[in-house]
Design a protein around this ligand. Structure first.
Ligand code: NAG
Ligand code: NAG
Ligand code: ZN
Length: 483
């Protein structure tokens, strides 16, 4: 059919010159378009090849099964679950008197002498000694290494001076003994050099007490946490308060459930048992509340750094509390995973067996159902671990005693603590209540005590755990708990 006159007029070029221009442009565009198309085609082919390379293992495995599953998470459905271990218990521990008589007699127990203890222990005939020895060597690799050196005369006199001008210590300096301890399940590695602990301790250049009092007065004037109602954020489910403590949401959150739990008092070093228990009571209440709003969130971990030297952003004391639906956070998950591997290998509770070893070695103090001991693989000076089956009163009372011993007996002004509590409403992955506390040197010393050595290699620690436990024992003996 012929197009109508109107249609024909629409089809006809309006102006010959314009039409010429249009067709010229058209050719150019088509030339360009061809190149563009070519590039798009090549891009698509490349994407296809890449997609195939990345996904083909999954396709071969039936699509649903990842070739590399996340470690530690049993099962490959969306819901993961941890293994279930026997509950933590301190009932059948080897008594330290028995151990000293039957497993490794005639030795004065010190960190350095543990090498001798281990040697005797390995040949003990008693079956209980042998069973515990097997657990010990499976968890810890314990080795003394000789580190001799040569000294040019000038440097020798300098070194002697560092060693308090002691001939005896200088003699030891020529043939140092270094002890390496490796925790085979958590892969932690600590090196002790007892000579460093024997150096005379130089007092800090600036008085720690003066520094602390000034810092306290200065920061109290304008403290956000002292005026928490106006100056801190809240969780969507609201703020919790108790007699001595309050909760806030961290303003710059690291997780959905990331709370700050803090005492109302500004002073980070002086608190009573009542205030301390009130603080951790509120932690428990907050965790329950958060869990009721987010039922899947079950794995609680806490940290507490005291004073700027330790990395605290505010002088006002505050705990960071996290409740995670999938796993414990970071390092805590590494401890749990180590315990899980241990259960797979030995069928028993890692924490029970570890404390059994420390108890036999006369390194534990107990309070009711809770037990504390200086770690043989510490991250920093004095590290003490506190364990209890549940986050109960005994656990927090012993934690209080250990912290107070640090502050009052060791005269420590800055410490850091990491703490994990049993999973809420879950049997699996139920680690005991578990706290690790380290001290961080002089609060006035601006040199950081954390270097690439600690971050990427092994921790270098000088203080003998036997010294630590003795001071804590003395403190506990002279302290009467008020409640
Ligand atoms: C355990 O160590 C304490 C010192 O902290 C000491 O008084 C006690 O005699 C030791 N016990 C044994 C059985 O060696
Ligand atoms: C243990 O130490 C004490 C006091 O320092 C000493 O008298 C004793 O001989 C030592 N025992 C051993 C077996 O080294
Ligand atoms: Zn304050």
């Amino acid at each position: 059919m012929e197009p109508s006159a109107q249609a024909r007029s629409l089809l006809r070029p309006v102006d010959e010159k314009g039409a010429h221009l249009v067709s010229k442009c058209w050719v150019k565009i088509m030339g360009l378009r061809w190149k563009v198309n070519w590039f798009i085609l090549m891009g698509l082919v490349l994407c296809g090849v890449l997609f195939y390379v990345v996904t083909s293992p999954m396709i071969m495995n039936g699509g649903r099964n990842l070739k590399w599953k996340p470690m530690g998470l049993a099962g490959d459905s969306g819901e993961h679950s941890y293994s279930v271990w026997p509950a933590f218990s301190t009932e059948s521990f080897l008594d330290s008197t028995f151990f000293k008589q039957r497993c490794a007699p005639d030795i004065n127990y010190t960190m350095t002498n543990l090498v001798l203890v281990k040697k005797q222990w390995s040949t003990a005939e008693d079956v209980r000694c042998r069973r515990l020895y097997e657990k010990f060597v499976s968890i810890y690799t314990f080795e003394a290494r000789n580190a001799p050196l040569k000294l040019p005369p000038k440097f020798m006199s300098k070194l002697k001076h560092w060693l308090g001008d002691s001939d005896e210590l200088l003699k030891q300096a020529y043939n140092q003994e270094v002890i390496h301890v490796v925790s085979e399940y958590t892969r932690e590695h600590t090196i002790f050099n007892s000579l460093r602990d024997k150096r005379p301790v130089l007092p800090p250049a600036e008085s720690e007490e003066e520094y602390f009092q000034n810092l306290l007065a200065e920061t109290a004037k304008d403290c956000d946490f002292c005026n928490y109602k106006q100056n801190t954020a809240e969780h969507v489910f609201g703020r919790l308060e108790s007699k001595h403590s309050f909760t806030a949401s961290n303003a710059f959150k690291l997780d959905t459930l990331h709370a700050l739990v803090a005492p109302k008092k500004h002073d980070p070093l002086h608190w009573t048992l009542e205030e301390f228990l009130d603080l951790f009571d509120l932690v428990g209440t907050w965790l329950q509340k958060a869990h009721s709003f987010y039922p899947k969130a079950r794995f609680p971990s806490l940290i507490w750094d005291v004073l700027p030297k330790c990395g605290a952003s505010q002088v006002h004391p505050h705990l960071h509390v996290m409740l995670d639906p999938k796993r414990y956070h970071g390092q805590v998950e590494a401890w749990r995973e180590g315990a899980s591997d241990y259960f797979t290998d030995h069928g028993s509770n890692y924490f029970t067996d570890m404390v059994d070893i420390y108890s036999a070695l006369n390194l534990t103090v107990t309070h009711g159902s809770a037990v504390a001991f200086p770690n043989l693989v510490p991250k920093r000076d004095h590290e003490v671990i506190v364990i209890s089956r549940d986050a109960d009163k005994d656990f927090y009372k012993l934690l209080f005693l250990v912290l107070r011993a640090f502050i009052d007996s060791f005269n420590v002004k800055c410490f850091s603590m990491g703490l994990a509590l049993p999973a809420l409403d879950a049997m699996e992955g139920k680690i005991p209540a578990y706290a690790r506390i380290i001290t961080r040197g002089y609060v006035t010393d601006i040199r950081t005590d954390m270097s690439s050595f600690e971050l990427f290699m092994a921790a270098s620690v000088n203080i003998d755990p036997y010294k630590t436990v003795q001071t804590i024992r003395q403190f506990i003996t002279k302290t009467r708990l008020e409640t």
